[in-house]
Design a protein around this ligand. Sequence first.
Ligand SMILES: *Cc1c(COP(=O)(O)O)cnc(C)c1O
Length: 398
Amino acid sequence: MNGSALYETYARLPLAFERGEGSWLITADGTRYLDFAAGIAVNSVGHAHPHLVAALADQAGKLWHVSNLYEIPGQRRLGERLAENSFADKVFFTNSGAEALECAIKTARRYHFTNGEENRVRIITFEGAFHGRTLATIAAGGQKKYLEGFGPPVEGFDQVPFGDLEATAKAISPDTAAILVEPIQGEGGIREVPAGFLRELRELCDKHGLLLIMDEVQTGIGRTGKLFAHEWAGITPDVAAIAKGIGGGFPMGACLATGEAAKGMTPGVHGTTFGGNPLAMAVGNAVLDIVLEEGFLEEVSRKGLLLKQGLASLADEFPHVVEEIRGSGLMVGIRCKAANSALQQAMREEKLLGVPAGENVVRLLPPLNVTDEEIRDALERVGRAMRALSHSAEEKSA
Ligand SMILES: *Cc1c(COP(=O)(O)O)cnc(C)c1O
């Protein structure tokens, strides 16, 4: 590892893939892994989807990049489609989730500034949150392990305990601009925010003139069986950040806002060189072609249930391994009794990939177009991994 020229910021597995096909990743020697990590909820329609490949190749032969100084037709179209299918009127395209969050934070502060309340800059966030790795988003996430050694945290974030309405209400001051929340904490361990709590946050925001910002970077673009996870609560935010799934593997994100919330974002106040570039827009539009197809989201819900029910029976079968199964749609977490890394490794031995998360959870985030057969195959692999783990636990105690 020390021979590598790369930053040592990742403890990488000694595993590399040469290509992907749908829900499968294939190494150079031909070993096939069932990919229920999907690049951490990024490969929303699987690897090398023919429609995405064609969209990217077609655009690559025409035009890669022009500055945002010009009209970009694919950007206009994707913005309109996102707006038509969401609460939003306005969209700003970025290259990543953290940048989409940066735009969301700036949008909220600028909204109050434009209203003549420039003191209103503070944003309430929740313990266990993850919003990215830029200086502002590590401050928003508030996790010590990500803040340590990087100097004074960016000012203006007030963190309250997860799901604590009273603490949230108490944290509101005349300087508060917004509340920022993930509908389901992803990195935090597939912790679902109850729909009732999201509705109460909406009410608090309305009462105090705050903007409600949803971080849908992981939950958005169909992951939970709705285009956006907040739809399950029957509420709308004022601003939302998306990324991961919208690019299907091409790096991109977006900040969505109502016209009112975005009113301060006038010419010159914000920008990006690469954001919304024609290649990204071609792929983003191709992803939406698939996700917005009639019946696609219902299928995500149905398949999510199949996965969750299968995991629930495994939890019954292996009570010494599984603490709890949680999540929504194709965003499912196995909370482990022993270290999640042990299950993760046992799964890898069965050639099944998942993603670790907080609270000792292994996340399963398959492509949204995963087949029933692949889900059943994955469940068999999880079962074998759990059996191996419970055997080794028995051997230890014997
Ligand atoms: C991944 C993630 C981010 C950060 O996205 P990047 O593209 O890595 O910057 C922010 N919020 C949530 C909820 C995420 O899952």
